[in-house]
Design a protein around this ligand. Structure first.
Ligand code: BTN
Length: 243
């Protein structure tokens, strides 16, 4: 495994992106940092993680000539790989909260930020950024956050957990999985948080409404069944799952 270990950097995603032009990196090359000074989260948020206690890393995935329309397949593969790795470690009550937060019961233990570099209508390269709470036990009043140690009561070896996740990413990021989107989607939907359960959502106007998560569309939108069995699709900016 080609791995670059850093004491500190702004963001492993940004660091990896900056290395791309010299082309010396292998597929699945990893940049891992003990500390990120400007860790990035979904939708412009920050990713905050205590130094040396958790995994903050980015993985380079060279494109398998899949089209931009298939971008969500990358999210599903990553979620499935991490879900499987954490399942192997015995973490209880795992699920994937759309689009790709990994939860144990109701608490987030892992966040994923995928940045794609496009060439025309194809994905040339993907940078898969993963923040996994491993040995941190206090989260400064952040609600609904947990770690592997909080769930299992033991300290984990960061290198071993990283190795396991990379193995699972290699398993899912094959041309075969990426192109069989129907199979991939059905695997992903099986592990979705609150699938088929009555749930409360908030729309972008701040209005609360009830619905049932039914799955994801081919473009990765969340499909929610509203009153009168009406199926509605939402993207990330349009909906928030409250409980
Ligand atoms: C989220 O908002 O849930 C996504 C968080 C992703 C955090 C990871 S940590 C490693 C990589 N580098 C970053 O700056 N962000 C991602």
């Amino acid at each position: 495994m080609q791995i670059i270990k850093l004491n500190a950097t702004d963001s492993t995603n940004a660091y990896l992106k900056q290395l791309l032009p010299d082309n010396a990196l292998e597929d699945f090359a990893v940049v891992v940092a003990e500390e990120q000074l400007k860790g990035r989260g979904q939708m412009g948020t920050k990713w905050i993680s205590d130094s040396g206690k958790n995994l903050t890393f980015s993985v380079l995935k060279k494109g398998e000539s899949q089209g931009v329309v298939n971008q969500f397949a990358l999210n599903m593969c990553t979620s499935l790989a991490i879900y499987e790795a954490l399942h192997t470690l015995g973490i209880p009550n795992l699920s994937v909260k759309w689009p790709n937060d990994i939860l144990s019961a109701n608490s987030k233990i892992c966040g994923i930020l995928i940045e794609n570099i496009l060439l025309g209508s194809k994905i040339k390269t993907s940078i898969i950024g993963i923040g996994l709470n491993v040995n941190q036990t206090s989260f400064h009043n952040l609600p609904d956050v947990s770690s592997l140690r909080l769930e299992m009561g033991v300290t984990f070896d960061l290198d071993e957990v990283l190795k396991l996740i990379i193995e699972k990413l290699r398993k899912y990021f094959t041309k075969e999985f990426l192109s069989h989107t129907t199979e991939l989607t059905s695997k992903y939907e099986k592990i979705m948080f609150r699938i088929d359960k009555p749930s409360t959502f908030k729309d972008k106007e701040g209005t609360y409404f009830m619905g049932f998560i039914k799955g994801v569309s081919p473009s990765g939108k969340l499909i929610v069944m509203l009153e009168d069995q009406l199926l509605q699709e939402y993207d990330l900016k349009e909906i928030q799952l409250m409980y």
